[in-house]
Ligand binder design. Structure first.
Ligand SMILES: O=C(O)CCC(=O)C(=O)O
Ligand SMILES: [Fe+2]
Length: 383
């Protein structure tokens, strides 16, 4: 029997797989079912938006041109996957969405070697900075193999985007499935159902992962959807340090409205909120005093000594083959960050976004029009 079948989270049956999702008590979760998917919807107090994990099953994965067919085609058709070059925009932002190779455990604080990607120890390594990769230079190649379709997504790495019309069928089938998923799994939404106009394919080779980051780049719509194919992965969600602790790594009070769930509990939450309220009027009346207070408050509240401390994981989910993740709301990207650690098996992540065309400079716009989704996936075979 293949090793994978021993694991309760694998989607080899037609019912939902056994969930191995975890969440902090401060997070609310709602579970619902539709079209064979089991849907976990997570919300965090004070943060507008939703994090949705839709768990697929065998029947969904066997659909014609569904996840199984897509996973096979991604390995047999020419998807144009290549290691792209870093661009300057990405680097100047200081954020790094690069997929990393997991170092052998023996390289990290002298721990004994063990299989890569087995969970929490990796966080220890992150905090110590031991897994930080060296700064990349413009023109360096990324580790990851990727390809972008539709509108260009300039934040990952440079490289021409290709039109959907010329793309291999899995690209269009996936865009259509994710459009259907947002209509179906995010009903009654204030943010609307704008069709996705961009799709990024990432291939994670064995031992590769994507570190904590957010997807809140400017010029994007409020929704992001990802289809997972192949090997499973763990996805983690936590509050960014500057929001958890309330000050930046250099000790400056975070100017955004504080949300509950910060370091040192509820009492500190309210002290931070009071300080923030005090700052709002000062911001309008006395800029110099405002800047001074931003530096003083973290020391007064005892936050300064905790600067850089990461928040605990709020949600961790196991992404199986065929699963879909949706993130909705700008606040989710502003306050939270996520990382994805695939198991040691080949995995593809196909992520769709809305790239707002008028945020692109004329020279960044594609030389083609991004047409509507004509593939027409409607989940009808799953009913
Ligand atoms: O691998 C995934 O599922 C998500 C990757 C991701 O977070 C990203 O591309 O921004
Ligand atoms: Fe992401």
């Amino acid at each position: 029997m293949p090793a994978a079948l021993h694991q309760a989270t694998d989607t080899f049956g037609d019912g939902p797989s056994l969930g191995r999702n975890r969440h902090d008590p401060s997070v609310s979760v709602k579970v619902s079912y539709t079209h064979g998917y089991k849907i976990f919807t997570y919300t965090v107090e004070g943060i507008q938006g939703r994090f949705v994990h839709a768990v697929a099953n065998g029947r969904i994965n066997r659909e014609w041109q569904g996840p199984d067919d897509m996973f096979a085609a991604l390995q047999t058709e020419d998807m144009g996957l290549e290691r792209r070059r870093f661009n300057s925009e990405k680097l100047s932002g200081g954020k790094d969405k690069e997929i990393q190779n997991t170092p052998a455990k023996s390289q990290v604080r002298g721990q004994l070697p063990s299989p890569p990607n087995d969970g929490p120890e990796l966080d220890v390594a992150d905090e110590s900075g031991a897994t930080q990769k060296p700064e990349a230079d413009v023109g360096d190649f990324m580790t990851a193999f990727s390809m972008n379709y539709g509108m260009p997504y300039k934040f990952v790495a440079s490289g021409a985007s290709k039109p959907f019309e010329d793309s291999p069928w899995p690209v269009q089938a996936c865009r259509s499935r994710l459009n259907w998923a947002q209509r179906t799994f995010l009903p009654d939404s204030a943010t609307g159902n704008d069709e996705f106009n961009e799709e990024l394919i990432f291939a994670y080779m064995e031992g590769q992962k994507i570190e904590y980051h957010d997807d809140g780049e400017e010029g994007l719509g409020p929704r992001i959807a990802t289809l997972s194919l192949g090997g499973k992965a763990k996805m983690y969600l936590r509050m960014k340090s500057k929001h958890f602790v309330g000050c930046s790594k250099t000790g400056v009070f975070t100017p955004d409205r504080p949300v509950p769930g910060g370091v040192d509990g509820k009492e500190m939450d309210s002290r931070r909120l009071a300080a923030w309220n005090e700052l709002q009027s000062l911001k309008e009346t006395d800029r110099a005093a405002y800047s001074r207070r931003l530096k003083e408050i973290p020391k007064e509240l005892g936050l300064y000594g905790k600067k850089g401390k990461p928040g605990p994981d709020l949600v961790s989910v196991t992404l199986n083959h065929g699963d879909i993740v949706l993130m909705e709301g700008y606040d989710i990207q502003k306050y939270l960050e996520h990382k994805v650690v695939p198991d040691a098996h080949l995995r593809f992540a196909l992520t769709c976004r809305v790239v707002l065309e008028n945020h692109l400079k004329p020279e960044e716009r594609p030389g083609y029009t991004v047409g509507p989704d004509t593939y027409g996936y409607d989940g009808g075979n799953l009913l």
